[in-house]
Design a protein. Structure first.
Length: 194
């Protein structure tokens, strides 16, 4: 059985990270949960600085503290996904964005990986005292909606977003403790403890 772990971005992952983000470009895939990695194609070091800086931010209407992880498969040490967890939300993110953004690289999709990724993200939220996680996704993003639903997400609102995405957005909440309790028998076995 494959196992997975979170890795904090660092210089030694530069080559894999560039390969990862190129795959999204090549396959014309949307990207989420990378903390703007796609805008730092030629400046990995600057992106690492940004990640470090974001970790330290204090909550304001313009900024929130956030942590970014690589979601790595143990067997081949391959970066198969990413997650970005906002540890506090300002009004802007409560309206659009929520606590968590995530992605799985196109060639590794539909293997149940993102459900494991979100489960691990919820564990991280629990460690940081977040009781209820807010997530949103475009209504057409079935893979993301199903990930959220699989982890016990409750749809609380559907609305038309007219400024950035121009589409119907679904807002979900997940009760963190409850989701972990209900899903640990399914997902704990996939987590690497190395
Ligand atoms: C959304 C995303 C992370 C899903 O990753 P994934 O590893 O393929 O998801 P999983 O394999 O864990 O599947 C999660 C659920 O979605 C379903 N699913 C996955 N891809 C699907 C697709 N293309 N069509 C329909 N259902 C799909 C799976 O069957 C599963 O549902 P189930 O629990 O009922 O079986 C991935 O598609 C991605 O990176 N997309 C681009 C970035 C993005 O959209 N991020 C989210 C923004 S809100």
């Amino acid at each position: 059985m494959e196992k997975f772990r979170y890795v904090k971005p660092s210089k030694e992952w530069e080559e894999q990270t560039i390969d990862f983000i190129h795959e999204f470009e090549e396959m014309n895939s949307s990207i989420d949960g990378t903390n703007q990695l796609h805008n730092y194609f030629d400046s990995y070091d600057d992106w690492l600085d940004k990640i470090e800086h974001d970790r330290m931010k204090t909550l304001t209407e313009d900024a929130v503290p956030a942590e970014t992880f690589f979601f790595v498969r143990d067997s081949d040490n391959k970066m198969v996904g990413m997650i970005n967890v906002r540890l506090a939300l300002n009004e802007k993110l409560k309206r659009l964005g929520g606590h968590i953004g995530y992605c799985i690289r196109p060639t590794e999709r539909r293997k149940g990986y993102n459900k494991i990724n979100l489960y691990m993200g919820l564990l991280y939220c629990q460690e940081h005292g977040i009781k209820e996680v807010m997530l949103d996704c475009e209504k057409d993003n079935v893979a993301s909606a199903k990930t959220i639903l699989a982890l016990g997400g409750k749809l609380i609102k559907e609305w038309y977003e007219d400024d950035i995405y121009h589409c119907i957005i679904q807002d979900y909440v997940i009760d963190v403790d409850k989701s972990i309790e209900q899903n640990k028998s399914v997902y704990e076995k996939f987590i690497s403890r190395r």
